[in-house]
Design a protein around this ligand. Structure first.
Ligand code: ATP
Length: 394
């Protein structure tokens, strides 16, 4: 549904504020998203869900199946952060984040990397603006959960597969032996035509939306020709046959990292298999200014989920030192996703305007300022209400 069709309508937004600084930063993201949506003639109706560490510890519940069908009714989900030192790592990440990602077949991980005014970058940009985006395939590759460790030193490993993913099922068995017998670990990776085609289409459409004509396919087909050669060839076929206006280049992931630290502006849209996208998007986030501003979205054809890249940061939770900008910009990605392009742009412009024109004391602690999380959110909201925040992009 387009923004015009939805103008004047209400959107149902689910909120999992989660743990640590999650509730603090999403409170500010919500204020900004509400204000921007309303100036675009729309209204966001929020429903909060309690999932996270505190809920798990008090009730034993992680993410009940019933909540998945409830969440399916929403237009989008905003998530703060999941995880706390009091819970063994992995339980909530797998039980909530990965469960949501697979249940709603969120096959796109969208990670823009943009430098912002007065946000220090580790590699000097010489006054230029970094504006790149990683489009990471989010369901396949090494993250299928195909593997294990041989149970004994006899060198045998056997497992049955019965996986359901959006669009297909994968069934069969994986049986390996090592001789002479010794223990070993195996983790198999898989890329399907369905998976590569749909992420490639999204990358091409993203390039088009950004007014660009180039997509960079990130690969390692020299070392893993079956897996990444297949990804590369399939992506090329999609672009050649369906996107005549888009050109591609192909770069090995190791060379890409090398080029990026020498020139963070070298690339625009980066199309990555899951594993490389995970790594490259964090590199890009670091180059663009760090966790405090890195926004992300997990997008599918059903419920999509928007969250800052940072985690729960328990070390600063409750101190007011959390920077809400990553969450606010994730809110902008959410607004864009539900069709409120103007509202999304207004949030992004307000963030840029605030960072560019605020005295140092009013900037987040992370950037050498003294403004608490709610004060940063308040300043961004004020800019939004004033309007006319100039251009976000260079
Ligand atoms: P988790 O296990 O939930 O990922 P973590 O502390 O291991 O939590 P992050 O939350 O990603 O990992 O944060 C790493 C560090 O970066 C934190 O200790 C914190 O000091 C800093 N940090 C993260 N997010 C922010 C933020 N929004 N504002 C300021 N500092 C932040």
């Amino acid at each position: 549904m387009s923004g015009a069709e939805k103008a004047g309508k209400n959107f149902k937004i689910a909120l999992i504020a989660g743990d640590g600084i999650g509730p603090e930063v999403t409170a500010e993201a919500r204020k900004a998203a509400d204000a921007a949506a309303s100036s675009d003639g729309a209204k966001l109706e929020w429903s909060a869900f309690p999932f996270g560490a505190a809920h798990y510890l008090s009730s034993g519940e992680i993410l009940p199946k019933s909540s998945l069908s409830e969440l399916a009714e929403f237009d989008a989900l905003m998530l703060g952060a999941i995880g706390a030192p009091s819970v063994k790592p992995g339980i909530l990440e797998r039980g909530i984040l990965l469960e949501l990602r697979f249940a709603f077949d969120q096959y796109i991980n969208l990670r823009p990397a943009r430098s912002l005014p007065n946000v220090p970058t580790p590699v000097p940009l010489g006054g230029r603006v970094m504006d790149s985006v990683v489009i990471r395939e989010n369901t396949e590759d090494l993250y299928m959960g195909l593997g294990g460790v041989s149970s004994s030193a006899d060198g045998l490993f056997e497992t049955r597969l019965d996986l359901k993913r959006g669009g297909y099922t994968l069934a069969g068995e994986l049986k390996l032996s090592v001789s002479p017998g010794m223990s070993f670990a195996v983790q198999a990776a898989l890329n399907t035509r369905h998976g590569v085609e749909r992420i490639t289409r999204y990358a091409c459409e993203t390039a088009g939306r950004r007014g660009e004509t180039r997509v960079t396919i990130v690969t390692k087909s020299n070392a893993a020709p079956a897996l990444y050669g297949y990804f590369e060839d399939t992506a090329k076929q999609v672009i050649d046959s369906e996107y005549p206006g888009i050109k591609y280049d192909v770069v090995n992931v190791d060379a890409l990292c090398y080029h990026l630290v020498r020139d963070p502006l070298a690339y625009g849209v980066l199309l990555c298999p899951n594993l490389f996208g995970d790594i490259v998007s964090d590199l890009q986030a670091g180059l663009a200014g760090g966790l405090g501003t890195a926004a992300g979205g997990n997008i599918g054809d059903g419920l999509s989920m928007f969250e800052p890249v940072h985690g729960s940061a328990p070390d600063i939770a409750g101190t007011g030192r959390a920077n809400p900008i990553a969450a606010v910009l994730s809110g902008a990605l959410m607004l864009r996703h539900i069709g409120l392009e103007n509202a999304a742009l207004n949030v992004e412009r307000a963030v840029g305007d605030y960072l560019e024109h605020s005295p140092r004391a009013e900037l987040p602690f992370e950037f050498g300022g003294g403004a608490a999380c709610s004060e940063v959110g308040g300043s961004i909201l004020k800019k939004l209400q004033e309007g006319d925040n100039g251009e976000f992009r260079s």
